[in-house]
Design a protein around this ligand. Structure first.
Ligand code: SF4
Ligand code: SF4
Ligand code: FES
Length: 244
C-alpha cells in the first residue's frame, strides 16, 4: 500500500476457533508507522480480546514461531510490515496451512517435526577417534551444498506452502528433506546411506513435484526444491551401486 493510501485504522480479519468450527472475526485497530502483522495481532490480544491465541518469541526473524497465513500466504508475521501486505487498509490473518489448528492462530506442529524424525534428520556421529578435529574444506562441493541449506529455523512456512503435503499427508515435506540433504553432504556424518534410505520412500524425495512454492516462500531464502533434487540424484546413484 502506498503512503497516499495510508488509513488511520486497519480492518483485520482473524481466524478464531478450531479448524472445523472456527470462522473469521473482524477487528479494527490503529494503523501505525512501521507496524508489523505481529504488532497488529498483539494489539488485538492485549487491547481488544485477551482470549486470542497465537505464538511468537523473538520478534526479529530468528525463532520462526510467529509464522501464520497472511492474505493467503505463509509468512513470518514479525517480519511482515502491514504496509507491504495490506490491501485497501485490510488484512486477513489465519493459522498456517497443513497443520492441525489448536485454537485461533496457533497450530500443532507435531506432525511437522515428526517428519524430521522420519527423514532421519539427526546427525550420526562416526565411530572414529574423537580426540582430533576433522578438517572439512569449506570450498568443497559437499560442504557448500550442506551450508546452503543449514540456516533453516524450522518455522514451517515451506511446509504450509507445499501442495504435495496437502494432497499426501505422509509426504515428508520440504524442511525435513532439506535437513536430510545437509546431513548427506556433511563429511562428519557417519551414516549418509541411512539418511538416503529414510528419504527414498514413497513419501520421500520422489514425491516432490518441484513446483518451488517452498523456495518461493522460505523467509530465510533457502531452496528446499534444490536440496530435494540433490537427494533424488544421490538416491538414484546409491541405488545403482546397490547401497540402498
Ligand atoms: S518443490 Fe517439492 S517440497 Fe517444495 S513446495 Fe513443491 S512439492 Fe513441496
Ligand atoms: S526451509 Fe525455510 S521456510 Fe522451511 S522451515 Fe526452514 S526456514 Fe522455514
Ligand atoms: S517471532 Fe521469532 S521469527 Fe517472528
Amino acid at each position: 500500500m502506498s503512503e497516499s493510501e495510508h488509513t488511520d485504522t486497519l480492518t483485520v480479519d482473524i481466524w478464531r476457533g478450531g479448524q472445523e468450527d472456527g470462522a473469521f472475526q473482524t477487528y479494527v485497530v490503529p494503523h501505525m508507522e512501521s507496524q508489523t502483522v505481529l504488532d497488529v495481532v498483539t494489539y488485538i490480544q492485549r487491547k481488544l480480546d485477551p482470549s486470542l491465541s497465537y505464538r511468537f518469541s523473538c520478534r526479529v526473524g530468528m525463532c520462526g514461531s510467529c509464522a501464520m497465513t497472511v492474505n493467503g500466504k505463509p509468512r513470518w508475521t514479525c517480519r511482515s510490515h502491514v504496509d507491504s501486505v495490506s490491501e485497501n487498509g485490510r488484512i486477513q490473518v489465519a493459522p498456517l496451512r497443513n497443520m492441525p489448528v489448536i485454537k485461533d492462530l496457533a497450530t500443532d506442529m507435531t506432525v511437522f517435526f515428526d517428519k524430521w524424525q522420519k527423514a532421519k534428520s539427526q546427525f550420526v556421529p562416526t565411530d572414529g577417534d574423537a580426540s582430533d578435529f576433522m578438517n572439512v574444506d569449506p570450498a568443497s562441493r559437499e560442504r557448500k551444498a550442506a551450508s546452503a541449506g543449514i540456516e533453516c529455523i524450522g518455522c514451517g512456512v515451506c511446509y504450509a506452502a507445499c501442495d504435495v503435503v496437502e494432497w499426501n499427508p505422509d509426504y515428508l515435506g520440504p524442511a525435513a528433506l532439506n535437513r536430510a540433504w545437509t546431513l548427506v553432504n556433511d563429511a562428519r556424518d557417519g551414516d549418509p546411506d541411512g539418511h538416503l534410505r529414510a528419504v527414498a520412500t514413497d513419501a520421500g524425495c520422489h514425491a516432490c513435484h518441484s513446483h518451488q512454492n517452498c523456495a518461493q516462500y522460505c523467509p530465510s531464502n533457502l531452496n528446499p526444491t534444490a536440496s530435494i533434487a540433490g537427494l533424488k540424484r544421490k538416491v538414484f546413484a546409491a541405488a545403482l551401486k546397490g547401497r540402498l
